[in-house]
Design a protein around this ligand. Structure first.
Ligand SMILES: [Zn+2]
Ligand SMILES: [Zn+2]
Length: 210
């Protein structure tokens, strides 16, 4: 009687025949019945179902499907472990494209029609080249500013500190100690090789974005 709930599946391996115990289970996402290894049980019949279980799809099929997992604070994109790609980290919308279309986007970019970065609805995603990605971001008015200067949250400096460094007559080593950066970094700022967008009497990129 217990037998009925389980099935034994034989698999031919290099060492001979390996028997594995499976049992029937209902997928927590799609409700389909599937077989699960007893040693390694999962609630979902497929990677796609597991992925779908991690989304907010309350708006329906055509609305944005929002990623409920981790979101990269720097880029604003959802981050997933991409099981189809040997468990490396990848952005959730790329994984969504992969799972729904059955193919890796490879070198191409997965772009959003809706401009909601945490959205992974495949109907809102399309493939593009690096150039199309750039044009798309300009069209949506969100280019440049993000990774430079203060907007880069790893930066120890601010626009104000950069101006102070440029005005100062102290040595680079002294300024480096004061601002907690290397003297090489101070030198680059003084020569305008980094933080070039900060110029004394002009509004900065950061200021203009308000
Ligand atoms: Zn399922
Ligand atoms: Zn969307």
């Amino acid at each position: 009687m217990v037998q009925a709930a389980f099935s034994v599946i034989s698999q031919i391996t290099e060492r001979g025949i390996k028997k594995m115990l499976y049992k029937q289970r209902i997928c927590a996402e799609c409700g389909k019945e599937f077989q699960v290894k007893i040693r390694n049980p999962t609630k979902f019949c497929s990677q796609l179902c597991y992925f779908l279980s991690r989304l907010d799809r309350s708006g329906g099929d055509d609305s944005c499907w929002l990623w409920k997992g981790y979101i990269n604070p720097q880029t604003g994109y959802g981050v997933a472990h991409g099981s189809p790609l040997r468990n490396r980290m990848m952005s959730a919308h790329r994984l969504s494209y992969h799972l729904h279309h059955g193919k890796d986007p490879g070198r191409l970019f997965v772009l959003h029609r809706c401009d909601v970065r945490t959205c992974v609805n495949p109907r809102h995603l399309f493939l593009g080249t690096a150039r199309q990605n750039w044009e798309d971001s300009i069209a949506k008015g969100r280019q440049v500013a993000v990774r430079i200067g203060e907007a880069n949250s790893r930066s120890k400096l601010t626009t104000e500190k950069v101006r102070e460094i440029r005005r100062s007559t102290a040595t680079s080593a002294e300024l480096a100690r004061r601002f907690g950066v290397s003297s090489v970094a101070v030198g680059l700022i003084r020569r305008g090789r980094s933080w070039a967008h900060v110029q004394d009497d002009l509004p900065t990129v950061d200021d203009r974005s308000h």
